[in-house]
Design a protein around this ligand. Structure first.
Ligand code: COA
Length: 345
C-alpha cells in the first residue's frame, strides 16, 4: 500500500495524522549489553532447567548489563544508533522522552542523563513510566509534540535494566527478564504517515499482581525492607498471563478497527516479548499467521520498555519490515498497562 493511496480514516481516533502534522518514525536503533546469560547459567542459581524455561516461556538466553552499566548507558547507545540511522545530529533534538522502570536513580531523570551523554544540549528531557508498555506510551506522547508543531525532532527511548531488580533466588521470575534499550527518532517527514493510531489502556486495580514493592515513598529502603526482599520483582505469573492475553487482544483489535484494517493487511505483528505462549495466544486470536509475527524473545527474554523497540529495530535491520509496510505493535506491562499501535513504516 503506497502512502499516497491512503485516504483519511472515518474513525476520528485513527486520524491522528490528518488532525495535526503527520508524525513519522524516521529511524530506530537498539542496544543490548554484551554479557549473555543462558538457561544453563540459571540452572546454577535456582532449581530450574533449560527444558522448563524454554517450553514455558520460549526464552533461551538474555543479556545482562555489567555492574557499572546503568539504564542511561544502554539508552544513550540505542539513541546514538537511532540518530545515525535517521541522520539526525544531537543539536537537532528538541525533546527526549525515556520510558523506564529502572532509572539510574530516583532523580535526575534518565532522560537528563542521556541528554548529557549524547550531547543534546538544546533538548528538553523527562521520563515516563508504564513498565513494559512504556515505549508505546512514549511514542504517543512524542507524537503529540510533533503533531502540534511544538517540536520538530523527538527522541523516544524504551530502556530497562530489569536484572537490577530481579530476585536471583526466585525461579518464578529470574528466568524471564533481561536488559536492553531501543530508541526512535520522531519527525515530520514528507510522504510518510508513520503512526496511524495508538490505543492505550490501564487497570490500576491490578497494581500488586506485578510490582517492586519497596524503594519508593510507600516503603523507603531500610534494613527491614532489604531483609524482606522488598526491592525485587514480585509477580503472580498465572494472573499476569491471563490478563495479558485479554488486554493485548482487545488493544490489537481496537487499533485495527480504528484504521479499518484487516489483520491480513499487516506485514508484521510485533508483540511485547514476554512469553512465547502469550504471543501465540494473542496472534492466533487476532487471526495472524505465524509468519506475520516477529519474535526475538528467545535471545533477549523480557526487556520491559525496550522489548518492542528492540524487536522493531531487528525486524527493520533484517528486512522483515520494508518502507510502506503496515506494522502492528501490541504491548502489556505492570500497572497493569497495555497498548497497541499501527505504524506505516
Ligand atoms: C511465569 C510463567 C512462565 C509460569 O508458567 P506457568 O505455566 O504459568 O507455570 P505455573 O505458574 O503454573 O507453575 C508451574 C510450576 O512450575 C514451577 N516453576 C516456576 N518457575 C519455574 C522455573 N523457572 N523452573 C522450574 N519450575 C518452575 C512452579 O513453582 C510451579 O510448581 P508447582 O506446580 O509445584 O507449584 C507464566 O505464568 C508467565 O509467563 N506469566 C506471565 C509473566 C509475564 O509475562 N510477566 C511480565 C509481563 S510484562
Amino acid at each position: 500500500m503506497t502512502t499516497s493511496a491512503r485516504k483519511p480514516f472515518r474513525n476520528p481516533r485513527a486520524r491522528h495524522n490528518y488532525l495535526g502534522r503527520p508524525c513519522s518514525i524516521a529511524a530506530v536503533g537498539a542496544y543490548v549489553p554484551e554479557r549473555v546469560v543462558t538457561n544453563a547459567d540459571l540452572e546454577q542459581l535456582v532449581e530450574t532447567s533449560d527444558e522448563w524455561i524454554f517450553t514455558r516461556t520460549g526464552i533461551k538466553e538474555r543479556r545482562q548489563a555489567a555492574a557499572g552499566e546503568a539504564t542511561s548507558d544502554l539508552a544513550a547507545k540505542a539513541a546514538q544508533r537511532a540518530m545515525a540511522n535517521a541522520q539526525v545530529s544531537a543539536d537537532q533534538i528538541d525533546l527526549i522522552i525515556t520510558a523506564t522502570v529502572t532509572p539510574d536513580m530516583p532523580f535526575p531523570s534518565t532522560s537528563c542523563l542521556v541528554q548529557q551523554k549524547i550531547g543534546a544540549k538544546r533538548a528538553a528531557a523527562f521520563d515516563i513510566e508504564a513498565a513494559c508498555s512504556g515505549f508505546i506510551y512514549a511514542l504517543e506522547i512524542g507524537q503529540q509534540f510533533i503533531m502540534s508543531r511544538t517540536y520538530d525532532t523527538v527522541l523516544v527511548i524504551g530502556a530497562d535494566k530489569l536484572t537490577s531488580v530481579v530476585d536471583w533466588a526466585d525461579r518464578n521470575t529470574c528466568v524471564l527478564f533481561g536488559d536492553g534499550a531501543g530508541a526512535a527518532i520522531l519527525q515530520n517527514r514528507p510522504g510518510s504517515h508513520g503512526l496511524l493510531t495508538v490505543c492505550l489502556g490501564a487497570d490500576g486495580s491490578k497494581g500488586d499482581v506485578l510490582c517492586v514493592p519497596g524503594g519508593g515513598s510507600r516503603l523507603p529502603a531500610s534494613t527491614q525492607s532489604l531483609a524482606q526482599r522488598q526491592h525485587y520483582i514480585r509477580m503472580d505469573g498465572r494472573e499476569t498471563f491471563k490478563y495479558a492475553v485479554q488486554a493485548m487482544l482487545a488493544a490489537g483489535k481496537e487499533a485495527l478497527t480504528r484504521c479499518e484494517l484487516d489483520i491480513s493487511q499487516i506485514a508484521c505483528v510485533i508483540p511485547h516479548q514476554a512469553n512465547r505462549r502469550i504471543i501465540e495466544a494473542v496472534s492466533e486470536r487476532l487471526g495472524a499467521r505465524p509468519e506475520q509475527v516477529f519474535i526475538n524473545l528467545d535471545r533477549y527474554g523480557n526487556t520491559s520498555a525496550a522489548s518492542v523497540a528492540l524487536a522493531l529495530d531487528e525486524a527493520v535491520a533484517c528486512g522483515r519490515v520494508q518502507r510502506g509496510d503496515l506494522i502492528l505493535l501490541v504491548v502489556f506491562g505492570a500497572g497493569f498497562t497495555w497498548g497497541a499501535a499501527v505504524i506505516e513504516w
